[in-house]
Design a binder for this molecule. Structure first.
Ligand code: ZN
Length: 224
């Protein structure tokens, strides 16, 4: 997985793009060459001489915007089920459906960088009813009911460097991971679309399920 671009407005790491896939901002650039963007976004202007204040070599942390869920979004609750083989967690290699990794400040107030690692999956009503089950894909934001424990980053997080994150980004940051495992209860909020799900053996006739596809300005929010 190569996520070489980062949005200055919501700090989502993503593949090369001209607009952020989550918030739609055009304040987006290559992480390795345009780190100035991630400092600029939170600089303040001092009134005396117009120069910038609080300038630092370091990337600044920001409060990321709330998930941008469309007005016509609906809620569907159920059990998260895999479609095909689950992904593997970047952190512990366990089977997952979605994983949101944030580099945050020590006291959790702000975010340096974040990424969401997910494959399409199903939120299935219990008991399973095709009309009440929904396929989840696209841009996701995971919102935990209870914030998970966080850990100071140490040298054993080589997998982060493997994503292309410059090592100095990790200095002083803490790690917060929110995960959806197969079988977890989740509540999804998003815009429903009709789709023909042929990849699911349990819906043998290619039953038309509904889908939520997260897009810029209309993401899928998952309470977990
Ligand atoms: Zn963004």
């Amino acid at each position: 997985m190569t996520l070489s671009f980062c949005c200055a407005a919501c700090r989502l790491l993503q593949e090369p793009a001209t607009e952020c896939i989550d918030c739609g901002s055009i304040l987006i650039g290559r992480l390795d060459t345009e780190q100035e963007l991630l400092r600029w976004a939170s600089l303040s202007i001092t009134p005396e001489d117009g120069s910038t204040g609080g300038r630092s070599k370091r990337v600044t942390a920001i409060d990321i915007p709330s998930p941008n869920v469309a007005h016509e979004a609906v809620n569907r609750s159920g059990i998260a089920r895999s479609i095909g083989a689950p992904l593997r967690s970047l952190v512990d290699d366990l089977p997952i459906l979605a994983e949101q990794i944030s580099l945050i400040t020590r006291w959790r107030h702000s975010v340096f960088l974040r990424l969401v690692h997910a494959a399409p999956f199903l939120v299935e009503a219990d008991p399973p009813i095709s009309a009440a089950s929904v396929r989840i894909s696209g841009v996701l934001r995971l919102v935990p009911h209870v914030r998970p424990p966080h850990a100071r980053l140490a040298g054993d997080h080589a997998w982060l460097a493997g994503l292309g994150i410059p090592p100095h980004f990790l200095e002083g940051a803490s790690l917060e991971v929110v995960t959806i495992h197969p079988g977890d209860a989740v509540a999804a909020s998003g815009v429903l679309e009709d789709t023909r799900v042929t990849e699911l053996a349990i819906y043998r006739d290619g039953v038309d399920l509904q889908a939520m596809v997260g897009r810029a300005g209309s993401i899928v929010r998952l309470a977990v």
